[in-house]
Design a protein around this ligand. Structure first.
Ligand SMILES: Nc1c(C(=O)O)ncn1[C@@H]1O[C@H](COP(=O)(O)O)[C@@H](O)[C@H]1O
Length: 156
C-alpha cells in the first residue's frame, strides 16, 4: 500500500506537502521523488521503474509544460494522478498539458495547486481502499465527520 509523490522541481514542495498531509492523515505509506522529464530524463525513467516495481499509485506534480506525468505514465502501468502547478499562465499551461495526453497513455488530471494535490491524494486513497476495508472505513468516517460539522453549523 504505497503511494509515490513525484514533483518536477524542488520548487513544487508546497504542493507535494499538501498531498503528503492527506496521506499522513490516513496513515498511507508514501515516498517522495524529485525528477524532471525535461532536465533529468534518465533519472525520471529510473523513478518510473521504481514506481512500476514498488508502488501502487503515483501522484505526479508539475508546472509549466508539465511533461512529467505523461512520461511517467509511459514507463509504468500503475495509475498516474497528475497535479498541475500554477505559474505565469495561472497553471492553465500545466493543466492542459497534463489533461491533453495522446491516446494510449492515460493520466488522471486534477485541479491546479494544493487543492488538486489534496484531491489527488484522496483519489489515491480511494484506489487503495478497493482492496483495503480499513482505509474505506476511514474515508467514510471522514465524510461523516465533515457532514456532522455542517449540521452543527446549521444547528441541526
Ligand atoms: N514540468 C516540469 C518538468 C517536466 O515535466 O519534466 N520539469 C520541471 N518542471 C516544472 O518546472 C517548474 C519550474 O521549475 P524550477 O522552479 O525548478 O525552475 C516546476 O513547477 C516543475 O514542476
Amino acid at each position: 500500500m504505497k503511494v509515490a509523490i513525484v514533483a518536477g522541481s524542488k520548487s513544487d514542495e508546497e504542493i507535494m506537502n499538501a498531498a503528503r498531509e492527506v496521506l499522513d492523515e490516513f496513515g498511507v505509506t508514501h515516498k517522495e521523488f524529485i525528477a524532471s522529464a525535461h532536465r533529468s530524463p534518465n533519472l525520471t525513467k529510473e523513478v518510473a521503474q521504481i514506481i512500476e516495481d514498488e508502488f501502487d499509485v503515483a501522484i505526479v506534480i508539475a508546472g509549466l509544460s508539465a511533461a512529467l506525468p505523461g512520461v511517467i505514465a509511459a514507463y509504468t502501468n500503475k495509475p498516474v494522478l497528475g497535479v498541475p502547478v500554477a505559474s505565469d499562465l495561472m497553471g492553465l499551461d500545466a493543466l492542459f498539458s497534463i489533461a491533453q495526453m495522446p491516446r494510449g497513455i492515460p493520466v488522471a488530471t486534477f485541479g491546479i495547486g494544493k487543492k488538486g494535490a489534496k484531491n489527488a491524494a484522496l483519489f489515491a486513497i480511494r484506489i487503495l481502499s478497493l482492496k483495503n476495508p480499513t482505509l474505506l472505513e476511514r474515508l467514510k468516517d471522514k465524510a461523516r465527520s465533515e457532514e456532522e460539522e455542517l449540521r452543527k453549523l446549521n444547528d441541526m
